[in-house]
Structure formats: structure tokens, C-alpha cells
Design a protein around this ligand. Structure first.
Ligand code: SF4
Length: 576
């Protein structure tokens, strides 16, 4: 496997082979991007300037048949948090990169012109891309497929990325060919936009360059695990993440009306069950895999009354931040918002949080879906002043409107779980080096990082620091393997990952070695943030979560500041 270093300013392309004595040998995806950012990006640099680098990296298990292992990590210094950032996405391209023998692509400097990068059997080259200037992802992907073939994998940015909006995403095409998968959080699309790279196009190679030391042994580990996942996740496969809508509202922890409430009286209109019926009734699709090797298949495809594609895939976080949070209560509107966000290339979570703050300040009416479409389709798409107000995230709009309630941590909007109710999630938001990112340690109901420990009641503080800590470390490991976190960030699964790595790389790693990889990556990220000025003193949620009891369950955020500040002291002494 090799690392491809592209100086986009002068089209210079370098290759570095990752050998077994390289520091990068056991670093993949998030582990690799975070180490490179730590080693090569000046912590105080302008995230949208020349010195920042965009890293697109495969996991250690990419290219193998291990379940749900074909995700890509995108990393850089984030324009939203000013700290280290990794966001990962499914889709086609990770597997193609691995088959080309590429573990990571590093984009350096700033191109004078809009370009795309083409990877095929003949090598890698940069091409002018002015003809794609400001295109939305849907039209862009359609044109690229016409030119380079239906089977290509694509990473791309929409207009929001080109305008350097801080909520911009890096998108990819899914297995059906739609640009529906996004490295959404942290504004990484703006970093790609700052480099003036519109897309990376990968033609599938005829022959795979993935090395597998012992396929038989590998299958002995991965096949039973894949079988078990397919069985255990049966309900999840059928309904996907939208099934959480009703459950989270039932807990009183779904963001509603800019986090003023935690449950929604019209939740049945936009529940996972209602979505399921709508999709089946109209002939949409359920149980789709978003990337190769996925056995869980939690994605969906939504069509309109005439059977025309609206969006894929509508997920819980999008539905909550743009549905309950904005009091928009119909599924077609949510599907349209999702489509428009995918098209302009903007994070649905950050966008929903941003509009929620605007509605809370009286700039828009609650529930006005038409206005939300207009902001995406007419304002953000054309970089108007209004578009700039809504394209740069929760914190920026909150400060511009003098809002009192700004649901963000370290510059990034809070996701779809109220931290007053989901206590361990609230710890993750406050402490993760990634800002308020649920994917960094998603302590949702019933997720336990170890079957042998008791983590206490969901809504009580007891044991939640440890729960969040363990989830954050295990998630870091899984992110570095390129695995979807729905396979389960758990102590038990660390052993399965160790065995898979051993079979693939001819190693003898233990579960503890694998956990140590997660700890080392976390240290690297925290060290970068410290130098960038993102310190442990900033580990907290906005004041209103401490002062306003949640409605209707009457809970507040009550962790001691000191416990949050010293949270990462666990790194060297925690017993897993
Ligand atoms: S479980 Fe869902 S999100 Fe994860 S890889 Fe499969 S389809 Fe994608």
C-alpha cells in the first residue's frame, strides 16, 4: 500500500510505500489522517490556507471482505472547530482506492485553477475542471459518469465547498450511484474547496493490489462475525437509523425547537415506522448497503409519488435536526432537505442546527419548510449574503444574531441527542477532540462498550465518564480500521479486529495492542488540539443545558467542570 502526495499547486505527485517498519504501517483511516495532521500541519495555521492539508485515507482492513470495512476517513484541521478533524463516509470509492493499492491521498497547497484528480490503471493525473464550476453534486456526478464511465467512484464537493462554507462536506457516490454519502462534519468540504479540487475520480482497477496474508484464516474471523451481524441487526436493517425518531422522543431527548424541548407531539408523522411504510408504498428501497462489504444494510432510498428518486439515504440525525428541531413534520419535506444538502454539499446536522438558531431568534417561522428549501436552493447554492449566514454553522449564525442559546461545542453544532438526557453522549460532546460529534463516542440507549460492566441508568451521571471514554477509544480504533461504527465499538469486538488484522498482515497483535492503537491516536489528536489552542478548559456544553431543565423530563446537564477538564487523564490508567 502506498501514500500519494499531491501538490495541487504544481501537479507534482509523489508516492511513499508503507513498509512494515514505517510509522504509518499500523495507521489507517482516522489513525493515519490524525498522525499526518499532527506531524505535518502547523496547529495554528489557517484551515483554509495553503498550510492545511486534506487527507483522504482508507482503513487497515480496506479491500478485505471484513464486514462494513470500506469506509473512507477524511481529515484536516477543521475550519469549524479550528482543531483536528476526521469525518468518515461510506460509498464506492474506498474499495477502489484500496484495489489500486492506495491507503491515503494527501492534498497539499492551493491550486491556481479548479481541477479534478483522475486515478486509473495508467496512474494519477490532474485535469482542469472549470466546466464543473459550482455544480451541485447530483449534476456533477452525472457528468463525470458520462465522461469516465458508470462504474467510477467519486469524492466531490458541491458549491458550498467551493465557496469555503464552514459546514461543507466531502461527498461520495453510493452503490446505486447517488452522491448520498458524506464526510459531513467539521467543514472538510471547505478544505477541499480551498485546495480548488472539485472531485477525485477513481476508475475501478482490473486487478486488486490488496495484500492478504492468510485469506482462509481471515475468513475464519470475518465470516462468522458477518453472519452474526446480519442476524443481530435484522430490525436495524429493516428500519435503519430513522427507527430512533420515536424512541428518542419517548426518552425526551430528541432536539425539538432548538433544544427547547425533547419530545415532539407530531412525532408519528415523521417516525421511522412512517418512513418505512412510505418507502414501501411508493416503491422506494430499504435494506441497502452504502458501501461494499456491508452486511447490515441500514440505508434507504426515497422516491416521490411518481416513483422519482428524492434522496438516499434519509437518516435519524438529519430527520431530527431538520424535523423535530425545526418543527417540520412531513417526510417529503425532510427528504427534500436531505437531497438539497447532499446536492449543495452541506452537513445536514450543522445545517439543521443553524436554521434552528435562526428560528429561535425569530428570523424564520418555525416549521416553514419552503423557506428552508429556499435557503439551500437559492441562497447557499449561489453564495448570497443569506447563504453565507446559513452555510457557516451553528456558532457563527448564533454569534451574528446575538442568540442566547447556541447548541455547539468547540464550534461544532450539537447532534441529535440531548445531553441533559443522554448523559454519556453529553460527555462525548464536551470532551471529544472533534467537537460536538456523536459519532466520536455514540452513547445511545443500550449501547454498552463491554458486556462485563454495568454502566448504570441512561439518564444518571454515574459511570458515564467511563462509558463515554471507552466508546471514544473503541470508536477511534474502528475509525482507523475503516469500519462502520454500527458493527459495535466494544471491548469484545476489539479482539475480533485484532484477529482480522493478524490474518491480513501476518501479525500477532492482542486485543490490548489494538486498544493501545486507539489510545495513541487519541493522544495525537489531543496534542494537536492543545497546540492549536483547543484545550481541556473548553470541555463543556453551552450554559443553557446546565440552566434550563429539559422538557418534558426535567433533567439538566450536571457534570462537574473539573471532571470534564481532567477526563483524558484516563488515557494512561483506565482499566478496560
Ligand atoms: S451499516 Fe449502514 S451506515 Fe454502516 S456501512 Fe452499512 S449501510 Fe453504511
Amino acid at each position: 500500500m502506498k501514500i500519494v502526495r499531491i501538490n495541487v499547486e504544481n501537479d507534482d505527485i509523489g508516492f511513499e510505500e508503507i513498509t512494515s517498519d514505517s510509522t504509518y504501517y499500523l495507521r489507517g483511516a482516522r489513525g493515519l489522517s490524525s498522525l499526518m495532521i499532527h506531524d505535518e500541519v502547523p496547529p495554528l495555521c489557517d484551515p483554509l490556507g495553503k498550510e492545511n492539508k486534506l487527507i483522504i485515507a482508507n482503513g487497515l482492513l480496506a479491500g478485505s471482505p471484513f464486514p462494513c470495512s470500506a469506509r473512507t476517513s477524511v481529515g484536516a484541521k477543521s475550519p469549524l472547530t479550528n482543531g483536528i478533524k476526521e469525518a468518515n463516509l461510506g460509498g464506492r470509492p474506498a474499495m477502489m482506492l484500496a484495489r489500486h493499492g492506495i491507503r491515503a491521498i494527501i492534498l497539499e497547497n492551493i491550486s491556481p485553477l479548479l481541477k479534478l484528480i483522475l486515478i486509473d490503471e495508467d496512474g494519477i493525473k490532474l485535469e482542469p475542471a472549470e466546466q464543473y464550476n459550482n455544480l451541485g453534486n447530483y449534476e456533477l456526478h452525472s457528468k463525470l459518469k458520462n465522461k469516465y464511465g458508470e462504474k467510477i467512484g467519486i469524492y466531490s464537493i458541491g458549491p458550498a465547498g467551493q465557496y469555503l462554507m464552514k459546514s461543507a462536506t466531502v461527498g461520495a457516490n453510493d452503490l446505486e450511484g447517488y452522491p448520498s454519502r458524506h464526510a459531513a462534519r467539521g467543514g472538510l468540504g471547505a478544505v477541499m474547496g480551498s485546495k480548488k479540487i472539485k472531485a477525485i475520480v477513481i476508475k475501478p482497477p482490473k486487478k486488486s493490489k490488496v495484500n492478504m496474508h492468510d485469506l482462509k484464516k481471515f475468513r475464519e474471523v470475518s465470516s462468522p462475525f458477518a453472519k452474526e451481524l446480519a442476524q443481530v441487526k435484522e430490525t436495524f436493517s429493516t428500519f435503519g437509523t430513522p427507527l430512533m425518531m420515536k424512541a428518542m422522543s419517548g426518552y425526551g431527548g430528541i432536539p425539538t425547537k432548538n433544544f427547547r424541548m425533547g419530545s415532539y407531539d407530531k412525532i408519528d408523522n415523521i417516525s421511522g415506522e412512517s418512513l418505512h411504510e412510505l418507502v414501501l408504498e411508493r416503491g422506494g428501497k430499504k435494506r441497502l448497503a452504502c458501501s461494499p462489504t456491508c452486511v447490515i444494510k441500514c440505508s434507504n432510498l426515497i422516491v416521490d409519488k411518481d416513483g422519482n428518486h428524492i434522496t438516499s439515504s434519509l437518516e435519524y440525525e438529519t430527520m431530527a435536526l431538520n424535523g423535530t428541531n425545526l418543527l417540520i413534520d412531513d417526510l417529503d419535506s425532510l427528504a427534500r432537505i436531505d437531497h438539497l444538502c447532499d446536492d449543495v454539499g452541506i452537513d445536514t446536522i450543522e445545517f439543521g442546527g443553524t436554521v434552528g438558531v435562526a428560528m429561535d431568534c425569530g428570523k424564520l417561522n418555525w416549521g416553514d419548510a419552503e423557506k428552508v428549501f429556499e435557503i439551500l436552493d437559492k441562497e447557499i447554492r449561489y453564495n448570497t449574503e443569506v447563504g453565507k449566514l446559513y452555510g457557516n454553522g451553528v456558532k457563527i449564525i448564533g454569534e451574528k444574531l446575538n442568540a442566547e442559546r447556541i447548541p455547539q461545542v468547540k464550534g461544532q453544532g450539537i447532534s441529535a441527542y440531548d445531553s441533559r438526557v443522554f448523559k454519556a453522549m453529553g460527555v462525548t460532546y464536551a470532551t471529544s477532540p472533534m467537537g460536538a460529534d456523536h459519532t466520536a463516542g455514540a452513547a445511545i440507549a443500550n449501547r454498552v462498550p463491554s458486556l462485563h460492566k454495568d454502566y448504570g441508568e441512561l439518564t444518571y451521571n454515574e459511570q458515564k465518564l467511563d462509558l463515554s471514554f471507552e466508546l471514544q477509544i473503541y470508536t477511534t480504533v474502528m475509525d482507523s480500521m475503516g469500519c462502520c461504527y454500527f458493527i459495535g465499538p466494544s471491548y469484545e469486538n476489539m479482539e475480533i479486529l485484532a484477529n482480522a488484522i493478524n490474518a491480513m498482515y501476518n501479525l500477532t497483535l492482542t486485543r490490548e495492542d489494538i486498544i493501545q492503537i486507539g489510545i495513541d491516536i487519541m493522544k495525537t489528536e489531543l496534542e494537536f488540539n492543545r497546540k492549536a489552542g483547543i484545550t481541556h478548559d473548553m470541555n463543556d456544553v453551552p450554559r443553557f443545558f446546565r440552566e434550563e431543565p429539559s422538557d418534558p423530563v426535567d433533567l439538566k446537564y450536571t457534570f462537574e467542570l473539573d471532571d470534564l477538564k481532567t477526563f483524558w487523564n484516563r488515557l494512561d490508567k483506565h482499566e478496560f
